[in-house]
Ligand binder design. Structure first.
Ligand SMILES: [Fe+2]
Length: 217
């Protein structure tokens, strides 16, 4: 299954995004998370249907950010950190609205996306769920999303290496479901991980290339 329908939905929802670079980065991040969650679900021995549903959820998990894009991306972004963070924290719930309006996503998939920032120890958002109160698919997304963010360039820091990202996640392991996290480490150390690393490398080149381009204009 490809993700054409999801990419189309993201492009339609991203009308507020001024900067092409932000859309490319959004799609790159979704692609990396999508590849990781599918592999992780398979490593956990889940049925194929669930693996495919998570693959879709991985691509769409941040879609709620697009509804407040003008407040969190680009030059129009709110310069006050606290204010910007308030908008960022709205995105799991805003994702519910977009996906219900789209009409072809299950309530299970929507619950994974609504809860992808919940931490296993109860310190996440938006509902401060804890442990197994957090939907299983959301716990899988949380781990893959954290890793994908760490290994990618951000406007305020360069990407971390895979090893450094894993070390940082071990340090913050209370955020994660330990059984899923151990399976995630197996995915990272598996032979097939090279394919994911190639997509991570391509995403880094996009951000470097765009940054150089904007420096010269
Ligand atoms: Fe997110």
């Amino acid at each position: 299954m490809d993700l054409e329908r999801e990419i189309e939905l993201i492009k339609r929802a991203s009308a507020d995004m001024q900067d092409e670079q932000d859309i490319v980065a959004f799609l790159d991040h979704g692609t990396i998370v999508s590849m990781l969650v599918e592999r992780l679900a398979r490593e956990l021995g889940e049925p194929e249907e669930f693996c495919q549903e998570l693959k879709v959820a991985g691509m769409l998990h941040d879609i709620g950010k697009l509804r407040v894009a003008s407040n969190i991306y680009g030059r129009g972004a709110d310069s006050l950190h606290v204010s910007r963070m308030r908008y960022v924290r709205m995105h799991p719930m805003l994702g519910i609205d977009i996906l219900r309006e789209a009409g072809n996503y299950s309530e299970e998939l929507i619950s994974y996306i609504a809860n992808h920032h919940e931490n296993y120890d109860g310190t996440g958002y938006p509902n401060h769920l804890e442990g197994e109160e957090i939907p299983y698919g959301a716990r899988i997304l949380r781990i893959c999303d954290s890793f994908a963010a760490l290994v990618s360039n951000r406007s305020y820091r360069a990407a971390f290496s895979v090893d450094a990202a894993v070390d940082m996640m071990i340090h913050d392991v209370r955020n994660f479901d330990m059984r899923i996290f151990l399976a995630f480490l197996s995915v990272v150390h598996s032979d097939g991980f090279g394919e994911v690393e190639r997509v991570i490398a391509r995403a880094r080149r996009h951000t470097q290339f765009e940054r150089r381009k904007s420096e010269t204009t």
